[in-house]
Structure formats: C-alpha cells, structure tokens
Design a protein around this ligand. Structure first.
Ligand code: 5AD
Ligand code: FES
Length: 343
C-alpha cells in the first residue's frame, strides 16, 4: 500500500488497477498516511489558509428530474421559491460585511433566470463588490449563454459531472440528460475562460469502485480548478429514499487522493460531509480540503433548498454560520482568510 501511495504522491497519477487497489485495500494506516501526505502537499501551496465562499441558493425550481435530488421537478412536496435581484444583493451585502470575497450563486436549472436577468444580477454584484469573485452554479446552458455570463463578469462555474461513467450516469438520471452534454459543458466553460469546478457524489446508488476511478481519470483529463465531492445522502421524496448514505471515511480518503493528484486545486469540505458527521468539514480540511462554503441564503428559504435530508445550518443566520465556521477552523489550527482565493 505504502508503495502505491508514494507513487501517487510522486507522479500525481496511477494506473487504473493501482487506483482500484488503493481504494479497495485501504485500511486505517493507509488512510492516516494518505491524509498526512495530503496535508503536507496542501500546506506547501496554501499554508494554513482556508477560503470561504458564500453560497446563495437563489432558486429551487428545476426543470430536471435527477433521481437523487430533492429539488427534482417531479417532487411535488418541494415548496418552490425564487430570490429576486434585490434579495440576492442583500445576501451579498451581509456576506461582504462578514468577510466573504466570493459569492456562489447556485440554483436548480431554472430558465426563469434568462441570460439577461442573470447578467444583470452578476453585473450588479460586480459593480457593488468589485473585489469579489462571482461563481455561478446553475447547471447546463448553451455555449453562448456561458459566454455571455462570463463577459458580464462571472469568474467561476461549478458543474459537478456527477459520474464519468456512461452506464452509471443513466442509473442516476432520466434519459433526457446525457453525460456527453455535461462533459461538453465543462469543456466549454473552460474554453471560455472560467475557473471551473466538476465533482461527484461518493456512494451514490449503484456506484462501483471502477466508477470512482473513471471519475479520477475524467478529472485528470479536464484538469479543473475546483473539485466538489461529498457523500450521497438520501432524500425522502426521491426514488433513492431507501438507499444507504455514502461513506464519510471514503469521502475523506478521496479528498486526500485528489489533493495528491492536484496540489493546487480548490477543494471544498462540503456541507454534505458536515451533515453526515458533526465534524465532517473539519475532517475534510484535515484530509486535504481547503475551502468551506457557508450558506448566505435567507433563513426563510433555507429549508426549501433541500437536495438531501437533514442538511445542516438550515436554521442559522449567515452571521451565526460565519462565527461557527471560523471557530471550527481555528480549533483545528487553520485560518479562514478574507481573500478571493483564485486558482
Ligand atoms: N446527496 C448528496 N449530494 C447531492 N447533490 C444533489 N443531490 C444530492 C444528494 N441526495 C449534489 C449534486 C449536485 C450538488 C449541487 O449537490 O452532486 O451537483
Ligand atoms: Fe452553520 Fe455551524 S456552520 S451553524
């Protein structure tokens, strides 16, 4: 095991069979060793810095029906909402005062937000907060749309690929969605000039170790600036309601793998990780992550943005999460910084 880990550290990549072995045969010692190396690599590049991104969940309308997701269009129990431009700017104002220098506008695929409307919102955020980065996470759109939003000032784009294996993709999504298009979107975003984030869920239904290795290979082809991974968590109103949640331990292990593969990548310790384990986000940082994305959405809508069950922080004001996150990071010897934290 140690030999494979050392090879990964040195060459930042492995053969398929080696990755499979690494994941399948990992034990506690291997986990600890990986995680200590990941911390070393992370600290070489970023020191003890942790970047914070203010997440604004601005719409839970979605035209898609991904089988795992609580805001899928056919979930009749979801109470839908949209934030208007004024609401969004208010979230940014609060966030800016709390020290956030990146705002992530995330939503379902909701074409109520036309290019024109989104551009207007992005332009206004950039006008008011010129020293901040704007990240969009609004799903699959056309090349022209991505280009327009970039030209209006959006800096980054998050679009998890969800799984890089064709067969697995079909088990998680209805037939009107395609992996091919999703991958194309990611390459388009990169070509246009965004800092791009892809990612996947750990332990999603039917996922195999081979699927995870396919994800690592895809990520290596794309060479993204950010990678979002978190455990799958079942949602009671989806057809995956009875599937087991993903493993926190495997998620942490994969964070370390990703850190050894891509030493400069921006890697969040996700809310899903914090949902399955009360110290999940801290453990994520200690496994090699360097980003945390506290919620800036108005408390009145937070419970409604329910991608999975039991999501944390849905009752807390932005200011409370801000203090909480800063304390948690400080406790483990790291430091939240007031910087954009570009790649
Ligand atoms: N469990 C964990 N993560 C989920 N996501 C969506 N539904 C779930 C779930 N049930 C993730 C997807 C999506 C991101 C915004 O949230 O990977 O890209
Ligand atoms: Fe929201 Fe701790 S981060 S309450």
């Amino acid at each position: 095991m140690k030999k494979i880990v050392d090879k990964l550290r040195k060459e930042c990549f492995l053969e398929k069979e080696e990755f499979i072995d690494l994941i399948q045969k990992r034990n506690d010692d291997c986990f600890e060793y990986m995680s200590s190396l990941a911390r070393i690599e992370r600290e070489k590049v970023f020191g003890k810095k942790v970047y914070i991104r203010g997440l604004i969940e601005f719409t839970n309308y979605c035209k898609n029906d991904c089988f795992y997701c609580g805001i899928r269009k056919s979930n009749k129990n979801a109470v839908r909402y949209r934030l208007n431009e004024e609401d969004i700017l208010e979230c940014c104002k609060q966030g800016y005062e709390l020290g956030f220098r990146t705002f992530v506008l995330q939503g379902g695929e909701d074409f109520y937000y036309s290019d024109e409307l989104l551009c207007h919102i992005v332009e206004n955020i950039k006008k008011n907060y010129g020293d901040c980065a704007v990240t969009l996470s609004v799903g699959e759109r056309s090349y022209q749309s991505y280009k327009r939003l970039f030209e209006c000032g959006a800096d980054r784009y998050l679009l998890r690929h969800e799984t890089a294996s064709e067969e697995h993709y079909k088990k998680l999504h209805p037939s009107d969605l395609s992996l091919e298009n999703r991958k194309q979107c990611l390459f388009n975003l990169k070509e246009i000039g965004y800092q791009v984030g892809c990612g996947f869920m750990v332990g999603s239904p039917y996922q195999t170790v081979e699927n995870i290795v396919d994800d690592l290979f895809f990520i290596n082809d794309l060479k993204p600036h950010m990678i979002g991974i978190g455990p799958f968590i079942s949602h009671c109103d989806t057809k995956f309601a009875d599937f087991a949640n993903g493993s926190v331990e495997l998620t942490l292990f994969l964070l370390s793998v990703l850190r050894l593969m891509f030493n400069r990548v921006l890697l969040p310790a996700t809310t899903a990780l914090g949902t399955l384990d009360p110290n999940g986000r801290e453990k994520g940082i200690l496994a090699g992550a360097n980003v945390i994305m506290p919620n800036l959405s108005p408390v009145s809508v937070r419970k409604k943005y329910s991608l999975y069950d039991n999501k944390i922080c849905t009752g807390d004001e932005a200011a409370e999460c801000n203090i909480c996150v800063r304390n948690r990071i400080k406790k483990i010897g790291y430091e939240v910084v007031e910087e954009r934290g570009d790649y």
